[in-house]
Ligand binder design. Structure first.
Ligand SMILES: Nc1ncnc2c1ncn2[C@@H]1O[C@H](COP(=O)(O)OS(=O)(=O)O)[C@@H](OP(=O)(O)O)[C@H]1O
Length: 574
């Protein structure tokens, strides 16, 4: 038998009775609706399927205050994380929400009605207190940032009834509800299950740690990674799930099962560890692994740890009896090359040679293509990671040429395009000012606002192409510094952005103008012409500055190619 859920009863709020379900469905169409964001959707799913048992809805003020102050619901049950539905006062008013009323909870992704909430109360939380008590108070903590910047001013509490399940389209078969996992364990005949929480790829150390835990407790293993929301900047869950799938055959004799958990983590260290244990208990696990810096966000910008490395273990220890799940505490695992094995750091005899590869070092090796040894990870895991972190020579990039009209930037852009096409290996996209103006920005003029919009559109397209692995050459005038900086920011989410200032003087651009455009601008026939009666802000952040008066197009293109080569973006012809 699987572990009894927290509070004794596994909540399952989806109406099984077909007539009742139809009634709720109909009613949901008639009620005012709150459209849930990603975090709220994750929370709702785990409320509805019992992952957050004994919760039956979003917390009302009494439950919230109890949880914030001393980790207790009004009923006295232990619960460490506030689970609240935030809403703006404006929306409360617009929807006419008040205590006793009912409101539909809707999915932002497909507008499906998911649940009906009966309102207990609408209250204003003390955010400062929540930040301090729940997360420790450091304003750089990701959950505190979210609380202060994204969370609305009011919370709305009350029980929910499910109308529909959330739709998922990725890894559906691996997403088990608590009831499904319990049935699965039952089917396998598992009575002791040690659950492992993670938001990172898993390597050999994790495999050794979980097997060791299983051996110690004579249990089976549930690999239970979070695929809802994790820490901003984490490796995306698609890559991670492929890693977990690659790793699973390394557990002997079917001793482990992989299940995905659509949790929105808060990175709340000690409080989060207790919450995680409760969630795993609800999913039927009898044991839960808590390792080093469990669910901590690491260090703040001053290099100070948000939590001590074993704070979570201490916190969870305090509630050991009450939690009803056996917590398996682990020190960090380290590799002993002489005996080719992993051991918890605290059990290694002094003077023994150990090896470790940090997350930062791993990212560096993935980036540069440097080898990742087999003692650290399995080749099949490394293969998945390398596929998601391709070497520079197959990553996308954007070359953004900025300069006056007729500065030579278009000629450079065209020459660079054919040079890169000759090299091959990537598709090359050319976004000339004139093409963009006619295809994307036909309705825009040349006010500052319109020019900024034009550059923002170019940046968006360039970022998408960069993400897809293309070489993008953009060549608008882009006279304003802030718009160029914004463009860099957007593209750099996905790849390298190289700003090339084509600093040819206006005199030369004008002298070599064969179309008479400058003359028309001087005569006032074209207004607000850059370099004539509209400013060009010279970039102070150009990665390369060139001048078509002093250099040939060929030599400028060569300079850009050399830069790309130095950055590792061009694969040597083999
Ligand atoms: N007032 C004014 N100022 C600057 N340029 C003007 C202006 N009016 C029209 N044009 C023609 O628009 C083309 C340049 O547009 P860009 O998209 O590169 O400009 S911007 O980056 O949005 O500032 C460029 O045309 P193409 O020759 O087709 O490139 C300019 O000649």
């Amino acid at each position: 038998m699987a572990n009894p859920p927290h509070g004794g009863i596994l909540k399952d709020l989806l109406a099984r009775d077909a007539p009742r379900h139809d009634e709720l469905q109909k009613e949901s169409e008639t009620l005012p609706a709150i459209v849930l964001n990603e975090r709220q959707l994750c929370d709702l799913e785990l409320i509805l399927n019992g992952g957050f048992s004994p919760l039956e809805g979003f917390m009302n003020e009494q439950d919230y205050n109890g949880v914030v102050a001393d980790l207790r619901l009004k009923s006295g049950a232990l619960f460490s994380m506030p689970i609240c539905l935030d809403i703006s006062p404006k929306q409360v008013q617009a929807l006419g929400l008040k205590s006793g009323g009912r409101v539909t909870l809707r999915d932002f992704r497909d507008d499906r009605n998911l649940a009906i909430l009966t309102i207990d109360d609408i209250y204003k939380p003390d955010k400062q207190k929540e930040a301090k008590e729940v997360f420790g108070g450091d304003p750089e903590h990701p959950a505190i940032k979210y609380l202060m910047k994204q969370t609305q001013e009011m919370y709305i509490g009350g029980k929910v009834e499910a109308v529909n399940r959330l739709n998922h389209y990725d890894y559906v078969a691996l997403r088990y509800t608590p009831a499904e996992l319990r049935t699965h364990f039952d089917k396998l005949g598992w009575t002791k299950v040690v659950a492992f929480q993670t938001r990172n790829p898993m390597h050999r150390a994790h495999r050794e740690l979980t097997v060791r835990a299983a051996r110690d407790r004579q249990a089976n293993v549930l690999i239970h990674p979070v695929v809802g929301l994790t820490k901003p900047g984490d490796i995306d869950h698609f890559t991670r799930v492929r890693v977990y799938e690659a790793l699973m055959p390394r557990y002997p004799n079917g001793m482990a099962v992989l299940g995905l958990l659509g949790l929105a983590m808060r990175m709340g260290g000690p409080r989060e560890a207790i919450w995680h244990a409760i969630i795993r208990k609800n999913h039927g696990a009898t044991h839960f692994i808590v390792g080093r810096d469990h669910a901590g966000p690491g260090k703040n910008s001053k290099g100070v740890d948000f939590y001590g490395p074993y704070d979570a273990q201490t916190a969870i220890e305090k509630y050991r009896e009450e939690l009803g799940i056996d917590v398996v505490e682990f020190q960090q695992m380290t590799y002993l090359p002489d005996s080719d094995e992993y051991q918890p750091k605290d059990t290694v005899a002094q003077g023994t040679k150990t090896l470790d590869i940090s997350g930062t070092e791993l990212r560096r090796r993935l980036k540069t293509g440097a080898p990742i040894p087999e003692w650290f990870s399995y080749p099949e895991v490394v293969k998945v990671l390398r596929e998601s972190n391709p070497p520079r020579y197959s990553q996308g990039f954007t070359i953004f040429l900025t300069g006056l009209w007729n500065s030579g930037k278009d000629a450079i852009a065209r020459a660079l395009q054919v040079t890169l096409n000759q090299q091959g290996g990537r598709s090359v996209s050319l976004l000339l000012g004139e093409t963009v103006r006619s295809e994307l920005s036909a309705e825009l003029g040349f006010t500052r606002e319109d020019r900024d919009t034009n550059i923002a559109r170019i940046a968006f397209v360039a970022s998408e192409l960069t993400k897809a692995g293309a070489a993008v050459i953009a060549a608008p005038i882009a006279p304003f510094d802030q718009a160029r900086k914004d463009a860099r920011h957007i593209v750099e989410q996905y790849g390298t952005f190289i700003l090339v200032h084509v600093a040819t003087s206006v005199e030369y651009a004008e002298k070599t103008d064969k179309r008479g455009i400058y003359q028309r601008a001087r005569e006032g026939k074209i207004k607000n012409f850059t370099g004539v009666d509209d400013p060009y802000e010279k970039p102070a952040d150009a990665d390369l500055t060139v001048d078509a008066e002093k250099q040939s197009v060929r030599s400028i293109v060569h300079q850009i190619i050399l830069m790309l080569e130095a950055g590792g973006y061009l694969e040597a012809a083999t």
